[in-house]
Design a protein around this ligand. Structure first.
Ligand SMILES: Cc1cc2nc3c(=O)[nH]c(=O)nc-3n(C[C@H](O)[C@H](O)[C@H](O)COP(=O)(O)O)c2cc1C
Length: 473
């Protein structure tokens, strides 16, 4: 980190006094002083000259007029009268564009303030905050589109942003098919409607009622649809980086969508991603060549405003996952934000005791923890979820969560996560049972209980728990 010192001083202030003051100001501040700034007329002071040399810094001089223009937290009338500016030290820091991290400190004859210079060359703090703002304020939009065409120049800018996405081996596997024709959009709409009905039919009754109130596409409400496609073989045989992981072409195309989404947000264009499709059926309606696959179908149009939070959150369908759950330190399961203590299984137990409500949904789920056997045989009812702990991966089915815990501790941790993620998806009550009764299955069941309770869900054990032998640390 590069630091800036702003220094105001009376004539004749000694090196020793300045050194002690600067030492005091820098206590607890990490970084190297690269620049010292003072007011015109003080640059030749021997004490200051010696200080600057001892720091190995450069000395800059600012006029009192420029300093007087800066807004500072601690202006002084007295300094204003003497120096022609209400602040030297703080104003000198602010003038360099640095962030003021230590406001003015005083000794008998001097003042010093410390600033931190931008760590991101080329981007001011304001620039950076715009980037973070557009990321935070991007929304998936399905409602509130205006009856206004999307201007070609604007659309080109947004597509340009998409087209700047990173891609594996620079293969750029995406294409953008712009669809305005109503007849085509109606056909695509019909496909989405059919998938919507199929999804609704797969839901338990309480969830279906909630789903009925959700809008999942705006295909006919927007003037423009964009089918983003992916050519998984683009670039031929030796695309750099794709050889070991062919999924990377799909990642690349998905990033292009995110670029498009962010640029559109900044331009006031709403974008809604629709995935209620069999991609091949959309491909057939759009007449895509067989080697090209649909990656995403986007509904695009001007909107008056963007909601502050995702629609699925506002409707109570799902909740956002705290970042601290998604960050693991050094080892999987040691979760916590950078700089914080990672939480262990024991900490999770404490969290269960303190009970912080996160989800608050009304959905009831029967969770069966199963060790071995055919997990799918339990899946008759729509409100059943099977958690399979065996080492063997079961056949793919979203009703079966495979959680092959290797130790008792890990089983608890995985169980906690299962419960938390269910609560985020609107589950308010867990009816728990464990089939098979192995130690690992019992621990995982325990973890689900703790995780559910920690998030404020109701958790009922509906069978008799088996005794476990070893206890987690
Ligand atoms: C790959 C993908 C597919 C999606 N499919 C749909 C969809 O079919 N219908 C829908 O309403 N939203 C869809 N969404 C939007 C998500 O529901 C939305 O991104 C999420 O709720 C978070 O809200 P936000 O994008 O406003 O932050 C999709 C999002 C992604 C990334």
């Amino acid at each position: 980190m590069t630091l800036v010192l702003g220094i105001g001083l009376r004539a004749g202030t000694s090196y020793r006094e300045l050194r002690d003051l600067v030492e005091r100001a820098l206590t607890g501040v990490v970084g190297v002083v690269g620049t010292v700034v003072t007011v015109e007329g003080r640059e030749d002071e021997p004490g200051l000259q010696r200080l600057v040399a001892s720091l190995g810094a450069q000395l800059l001089v600012a006029s009192s007029v420029d300093l007087a223009r800066q807004e500072v937290p601690s202006p002084s009338e007295q300094v204003g009268v003497l120096a022609g500016t209400a602040s030297v030290a703080e104003a000198a820091v602010v003038l360099t564009g640095a962030e003021l991290v230590v406001p003015k400190l005083k000794s008998a004859g001097a003042t010093v303030a410390v600033g931190l210079l931008d760590a991101a060359p080329g981007y001011s703090r304001a620039d950076r905050s715009v980037v973070h703002r557009v990321i935070a304020e991007r929304r998936d939009v399905r409602r509130g589109f205006l009856d206004k065409p999307v201007d070609d120049e604007l659309l080109t800018r947004v597509l340009e942003a998409a087209h700047r996405a990173p891609s594996v081996g620079l293969s750029q596997p995406w294409d953008f098919l712009l669809i305005r024709d109503v007849a085509t959009r109606r056909k695509v709409h019909d496909l989405a409607a059919a998938q919507r009905d199929a999804f609704a039919a797969s839901l338990p009754a309480d969830r279906r009622a909630a789903f009925d109130g959700l809008k999942i596409e705006a295909i006919l409400d927007t003037p423009l649809n964009i089918a983003v496609t992916c050519d998984p073989a683009r670039g031929g045989r030796h695309v750099l980086g794709r050889h070991a992981d062919p999924r990377t072409v799909w990642f690349s195309a998905a990033i292009a969508v995110q670029n498009l989404w962010l640029a559109a947000r900044a331009e006031g264009l709403g974008v809604g991603w629709v995935s209620f499709f069999d991609p091949a059926e959309v491909g057939a309606v759009l007449g895509l060549p067989a080697h090209v696959e649909l990656l995403g179908y986007l509904c695009v149009g001007h909107v008056e405003e963007f909601a502050a939070a995702p629609e699925l959150m506002r409707s109570g369908w799902a909740a956002r996952r705290p970042l601290a759950w998604a960050v693991h330190q050094e080892q999987w399961g040691h979760r916590g934000l950078p700089g914080s203590e990672a939480s262990t299984t024991a900490a999770l137990q404490d969290a269960a005791a303190s009970s912080t409500r996160i989800g608050g949904g009304s959905q009831v789920v029967q969770v069966l923890v199963v060790d071995g056997g055919d997990a799918a045989e339990h899946l008759g009812a729509a409100d059943v979820l099977v958690v399979q702990v065996g080492a063997e991966k079961p056949a793919a089915d979203f009703g079966v969560l495979w959680r092959p815990a290797r130790t008792a501790d890990e089983a608890v941790e995985l169980g906690v996560e299962v419960a938390r993620d269910l609560v985020l998806q609107g589950v308010g009550e867990l009816l728990l049972s464990c089939v098979g009764g192995s130690d690992v299955a019992e621990r995982l069941t325990q973890g689900i209980r703790w995780g559910g309770l920690a998030c404020g869900a109701l958790v009922k054990r509906v069978d008799e728990p088996a005794a476990v032998t070893d206890s987690p640390a």
